[in-house]
Design a protein around this ligand. Structure first.
Ligand code: UN1
Length: 497
C-alpha cells in the first residue's frame, strides 16, 4: 500500500474533509506510485484560511530580522537535504537529476536572499515641503497569501512566492499542482523544522478547479499569486479584479532565440538544445521558436537536427539521460496534436514528431525531441505555447525582421540573441518586447536575485524574484509627523510663508 500523505492545516498534519485521495505516479514509469495525496474540498480551504489568520496575527508582529532568521535556517536545511529533495522531485516530476538539483538550489538562493532582506525591507525618509515636518514610508504585511504553483519547478516556484510572502510578514496557504504534491510536502516539513510557527503555513492538496477557486474567491485571502496557463490566469484575474485583490500572474510564453549570420554557431547550438529540450520543453521560459538569419539558416537547422536527434531519452534518475518524460498523458497528447497542426499548416517535421518506439520508454510519457522547419509567422506552432519538446524554426532576412517576428506573439516572457555585433545586441536589448532578454545565452537561466516575469499576456505587471517581489507582498504605509505645533497646510502654506 503506497504511503498516504496529509494536508497541513491548523498547525497539524490532517486528513481532508472529503476523505478522498489521489495517486501520484512517476511520469517516467507509471507503475511507480509515489503516494496517495488528499483530494481536498472547499471546507479544507476554509479551515486553512481561519488558521492562517491566527498565524498572521502573531507572525506579522514578529520583527522582520527574526522572520529572516527563520528563512536563513530554511536555506541551511535545504542545503542539507538538497540531494534527497532533488531525487524525490525527479521521481514525481520527471526532469533529470542535475535539473532538480538546480531547482532546489534556486530555492536555497531564494531563502538566503529573503533572509538578508529581513534586515533591509527598506522604507524611505524624504524631505517634507514644510518646516518641522518629517515624511516617511515603511512596509506593512498584508494578510493571508494564497499561492497556486505549477508542476514544472516543484520546489523553486513555491519558494519564489512563499519566502518573500513570509519575510514580509504574511501567512501563507500553498496549493501546489496535483502532479507534484510530494516536493511541496517536503518543503513544508523544512519550513516547520526551521521553526516557522505552525499556523503561519498551510498546505492544501487537490484540484485547482476546486481549491484554487476557493482561495481566489475567499474574502479573507487578499493576496493571490498564480503561475500557470494564461486561460486560468484570466479567470483568476477577473475574480481578483472584482474583489479588489492584489494579484501576481506568471503565465504563458512563446520564447524565441534569434541567431544572426555572425553568431558563434557552436555556442548557439548548445544554447538552443538546452533552451528547447531542457526540462523536456516544460518551462515558461523554454525556447520554442528559433529565428535564424538567412545566410546561416540551412546550416544551423542541420546542426540542430543532427544533435537533437541524438539526445538520450529516459528516466531522470538515470545519469545518462538528457531528456525526461512529459508530466502526464495530456501533456504528451498536446505535443502530438501540434505535430498534426504543423503539418496541416504546411510546416515540415524535420526530426521527431512521434512517441519513441524503444520498449524501455513504454511506461513513461516520453516524446521525441521535435523540430518544425519552414515555419512562418502566424502559424499556430509559431504563436501558441506547446509546453513540450517542440521547436519551430523560422527564417528571416535581418535583425529588423527577427525583432518583428519575436514581438509578433501574444506573450512576452524571455528572448535570446546570438551575435558578435555589439550594436545589434544593444538594439535587441532595447526593442525585444520581453521581460527578460539574454545575449549569447539561451532563453532559460533566470537567477533568483533578479526580477522575473514578462510583458503582454505573460503577466500582469508584477515580477517574482529579486527585490521587486517584496513590493508585491507588502503594503506601503506613509507617515507624516508635524512637530511645528501649528497647523501647516500642504500645498497652501508651503511657499506663502
Ligand atoms: C519557468 O520557466 O517556469 O529561468 C521558471 C529559468 C528558471 C526558472 C524558470 N530559473 O529557466
Amino acid at each position: 500500500m503506497p504511503e498516504r500523505f496529509l494536508n497541513y492545516i491548523g498547525g497539524e498534519w490532517t486528513a481532508p474533509s472529503t476523505n478522498d485521495y489521489f495517486e501520484n505516479r512517476n511520469p517516467a514509469d507509471r507503475e511507480d506510485v509515489i503516494g496517495r495525496f488528499p483530494r481536498s474540498g472547499a471546507a479544507d480551504v476554509e479551515r486553512a484560511v481561519q488558521s492562517a489568520r491566527r498565524g498572521f496575527a502573531a507572525w506579522s508582529r514578529t520583527p522582520a530580522p527574526l522572520r529572516g532568521q527563520v528563512l536563513q535556517r530554511v536555506g541551511e536545511l535545504l542545503v542539507q537535504k538538497k540531494e534527497e529533495i532533488a531525487r524525490a522531485m525527479t521521481r514525481e516530476m520527471g526532469k533529470v537529476l542535475p535539473e532538480t538539483r538546480g531547482d532546489v538550489q534556486e530555492g536555497i538562493d531564494t531563502a538566503f536572499y529573503a533572509a538578508t532582506e529581513g534586515r533591509r525591507l527598506f522604507g524611505r525618509v524624504v524631505p517634507s515641503e514644510l518646516r518641522s515636518k518629517w515624511a516617511m514610508s515603511f512596509r506593512r504585511p498584508i494578510g493571508v497569501a494564497g499561492l497556486i504553483t505549477p508542476f514544472n519547478f516543484p520546489l523553486a516556484i513555491p519558494t519564489w512566492k512563499t519566502f518573500p510572502a513570509l519575510l514580509c510578514g504574511n501567512a501563507v496557504i500553498l496549493k501546489p499542482a496535483e502532479d507534484v504534491p510530494h516536493t511541496v510536502h517536503l518543503l513544508v516539513e523544512v519550513l516547520l523544522e526551521a521553526g516557522l510557527p505552525p499556523e503561519v503555513i498551510q498546505l492544501v492538496h487537490g484540484q485547482g478547479s476546486i481549491l484554487g477557486r476557493a482561495l481566489v474567491e475567499h474574502p479573507d485571502v487578499p493576496v493571490i499569486s498564480f503561475t500557470g496557463s494564461t486561460e486560468t490566469g484570466s479567470i483568476i484575474g477577473a475574480t481578483c479584479g472584482r474583489m479588489h485583490k492584489r494579484l501576481s500572474l506568471e503565465m504563458g510564453g512563446k520564447n524565441a532565440m534569434i541567431v544572426l549570420d555572425d553568431a558563434d554557431l557552436d555556442l548557439a547550438l548548445d544554447g538552443v538544445l538546452w533552451g528547447a529540450f531542457g526540462t523536456t520543453g516544460q518551462r515558461c521560459t523554454a525556447t520554442s521558436r528559433l529565428i535564424v538569419q538567412e545566410k546561416v539558416h540551412d546550416r544551423f537547422l542541420r546542426m540542430v537536427c543532427d544533435r537533437a536527434a541524438t539526445l538520450r531519452l529516459g528516466p531522470g534518475l538515470d545519469p545518462t539521460t538528457e531528456v525526461g518524460p512529459l508530466i502526464h498523458a495530456a501533456a504528451r497528447d498536446k505535443v502530438a496534436e501540434y505535430v498534426g497542426i504543423a503539418k496541416g499548416e504546411g510546416a515540415s517535421v524535420a526530426i521527431g514528431g512521434a512517441v519513441p518506439s524503444d520498449p524501455r520508454l513504454a511506461h513513461g510519457w516520453f516524446y521525441q525531441p521535435t523540430v518544425f522547419a519552414g515555419v512562418t509567422p502566424g502559424m499556430r506552432v509559431e504563436q501558441e505555447e506547446i509546453f513540450g519538446p517542440a521547436l519551430s524554426v523560422i527564417r528571416v532576412k535581418d535583425l529588423d525582421e527577427a525583432i518583428r517576428v519575436n514581438n509578433g506573439v501574444p506573450y512576452g516572457l524571455s528572448s535570446a540573441l546570438y551575435t558578435r555585433d555589439v550594436n545589434a545586441a544593444f538594439r535587441a536589448m532595447t526593442d525585444l518586447d520581453n521581460g527578460i532578454t539574454y545575449v549569447n545565452a539561451p532563453t532559460i537561466g533566470a537567477e533568483a536575485h533578479l526580477p522575473f516575469g514578462g510583458v503582454k499576456q505573460t503577466g500582469n505587471g508584477h515580477r517574482e524574484g529579486g527585490w521587486e517581489v517584496y513590493d508585491f507582498y507588502s503594503e506601503t504605509k506613509v507617515v507624516y509627523v508635524d512637530y511645528s505645533g501649528t497647523l501647516q497646510r500642504a500645498q497652501i502654506d508651503t511657499y506663502d510663508k
